[in-house]
Design a binder for this molecule. Structure first.
Ligand code: NOJ
Length: 576
């Protein structure tokens, strides 16, 4: 062992971790070993007994979040809102909604998180406001006023152009046909239509059009005064919160800003040459996370992280959705005991994104989020299955994102009544389950007053009963994060390569490596015991670093090595 290795070994022995700095040039160093925990604020912890979660509630749970091994939290929107889309319809971008507390409560939360060594990321809804926002009300007036050009007011509705083939998520949100479908009829003095971004209550903010059509007088160019003023406002919003200590943003529908921008070049340019440039110059240690769902574009635009998740072309539906996100119907997926899934669809899409951003930014596969079915759902609710899935999520490259409750296997509730525009998404936004007290410690309100009803199962998993059980999912997740932190190979910047064949999807085996350190991760979500041959690593009897398995064997051969694992298991090997 050379002296450097000795020092590293001593640090790991003492702290159980290696401080990893992001290897991507220009990115905040703390991203190198960041682990983000996503909180849906209405559902995490209620501190004032009204049945809805709030900021002081979140503050009171920061020690718990820290105990998981998490280094940053991201909260869904907490600003004054009409709540027709769970807070994504903002009325006042500069003020915390009274339901969650005050701006001062946010500052207290940030200060406490910082004192615990954690960062705080807010949601930046850049593409739209509420139709009750003062800016929109003023823009709807016939007169030319301060906010008049913050929105888009078509004077007539053009014919929808014929569809030109399949579109990806960004195009779906922003093609000219879908833009016309986003014209909302109104009797506002300003004109007969406005353009929305998502629901009718969410008028799109005006960042201009990629190629304004001279026959459409409402289409302003990106450099016109209205869109320029809009960008200044967005920077103001960001500064306002970051000057209070906030560490960055997850940007909602980040690809949607410039309209009729079919190849996204104008939206990429807007972020790259202006918004992100300004951000980097003024807040170099802060983070910008895209909700773009196409890292090859968003990382080029300057974002640090983008998601590979449930939506659009670049998604992981084939891995996890044995419940169809929208219809609730059954579908075959890879993470299912039936063992009938395939890997190729996901692999091709993921590999494309991984290669596209390697060394520049991160592709993150979150364990879940507020828009799609929870990991624990349908035919995948047992602790054993969830341990296998979590092994996958927490040994993949990129910054891990844990959706609140996934660490205890909070189970999707498909039969709850929709709230606040959530529709079918309500079942994933359920209140956290903490302990055996009233409403599982979430709130002291009467059960009927809770934001969304809780899982009624008497045997439901809670933080309390999971903390005291050494074999729980919660303790497994904590341990996985410790293993990740102690290994450069398994960390955010470690390289990733599938070593098993797509022709034999169970088990999947991938290699993680960095600076000469190597790990193999074997994942078998099927109920069957399986064996796989992988190219020989050369006389190995690898050490097992962790995982969930009863029996696992690794036999070295001349040309190939054979790994055999039980049904529903996952193993992490260290390769010397
Ligand atoms: C994406 C958010 O994740 C979703 O919850 C919201 O409804 C839309 N953007 C509109 O803001």
């Amino acid at each position: 062992m050379n002296i450097k290795t000795l020092i590293v070994a001593a640090v790991v022995a003492a702290t159980g971790s290696i401080a990893a700095h992001s290897q991507n040039p220009g990115q905040p160093e703390w991203l190198g070993d960041a682990v983000v925990y996503q909180i849906y604020p209405s559902s995490f912890q209620d501190s004032d007994g009204n049945g809805i979660g709030d900021l002081p509630g979140i503050t009171s749970r920061l020690e718990y979040i820290k105990s998981l091994g998490v280094t940053a939290i991201w909260m869904n929107p907490i600003f004054v809102s009409g709540f027709t889309d769970g807070g994504y319809d903002i009325i006042d971008f500069y003020k915390v909604d009274p339901r969650f507390g005050t701006n001062t409560d946010l500052v207290k939360l940030v200060e406490k998180a910082h004192s615990l060594g954690m960062k705080v990321v807010l949601d930046l809804v850049a593409g739209h406001s509420s139709d009750q926002c003062e800016w929109f009300l003023q823009s709807a007036e016939a007169e030319n006023l301060h906010y008049s050009d913050y929105y888009i007011w078509p004077s007539f509705k053009p014919e929808e152009p014929a569809s030109n083939g399949p579109m990806d998520y960004a195009q779906l949100m922003n093609s000219s046909a879908s833009l016309i479908r986003k014209f909302v009829k109104t009797d506002a003095p300003r004109g007969p239509y406005y353009v929305k971004n998502f629901f009718d209550t969410q008028p799109a903010l005006n960042y201009g059009f990629a190629n304004p059509d001279p026959d459409h007088p409402w289409e302003q160019g990106v450099d016109d005064p209205g869109p320029q003023a809009m960008r200044r406002e967005l920077k103001n919003i960001m500064s306002f919160w970051m000057d209070k200590g906030v560490d960055g943003f997850r940007v909602d529908m980040a690809a949607s800003l410039v309209k009729n921008d079919f190849d996204k070049s104008a939206t990429i340019k807007l972020w790259q040459t202006d918004l992100k440039k300004w951000f980097k110059e003024n807040y170099p240690d802060n983070v910008l996370i895209a909700e773009w769902f196409n890292p090859s574009q968003s990382i080029e635009a300057g974002f640090d992280i983008d998601f590979f998740c449930h939506d659009g072309t670049y998604n992981y539906s084939t891995l996890f959705f044995n419940i169809n996100r929208r219809s609730g119907g059954a579908a075959t997926c890879y993470f299912d005991l039936a063992g009938e899934g395939e890997l190729k669809t996901w692999y091709d899409l993921y590999k494309f994104q991984y290669d596209a951003v390697q060394g520049k930014g991160y592709v993150s596969m979150p364990t879940g989020n507020h828009d799609f079915t929870r990991l624990s759902a349908g035919a995948r609710t047992s602790q054993d299955q969830l341990k296998v899935a979590m092994t996958f999520f927490l040994t993949m490259p990129g910054v891990p994102f844990i959706y609140y409750g996934d660490e205890i296997g909070l189970t999707h509730q498909s039969n709850v009544k929709p709230v606040e525009g959530a529709g079918a998404r309500t079942g994933t936004r359920i209140p956290m389950l903490w302990d055996a007290s009233k409403n599982a410690g979430f709130s002291t309100a009467e059960a009927e007053k809770l934001y969304i009803p809780q899982d009624p199962d008497p045997a439901r998993r809670t933080v309390e009963n999971q903390e005291s059980d050494p074999s729980s999912l919660l303790n497994y997740v904590k341990n996985l994060l410790k293993i990740r932190k102690a290994s450069k190979a398994l960390g955010n910047d470690g390289e990733w390569r599938l070593v098993s064949s797509l022709d034999q999807p169970y088990p999947m085996v991938y290699e993680r490596s960095r600076d000469g350190e190597k790990c193999l991760v074997v994942v078998n979500p099927s109920a069957k015991k399986v064996s796989v041959d992988i190219p020989a690593y050369g006389n190995q009897s690898p050490e097992i670093l962790g995982g969930f398995y009863k029996k696992a064997s690794y036999k070295s051969g001349k040309t190939s090595d054979r790994i055999t694992v039980d049904g529903c298991s996952a193993v992490i090997y260290s390769i010397k």
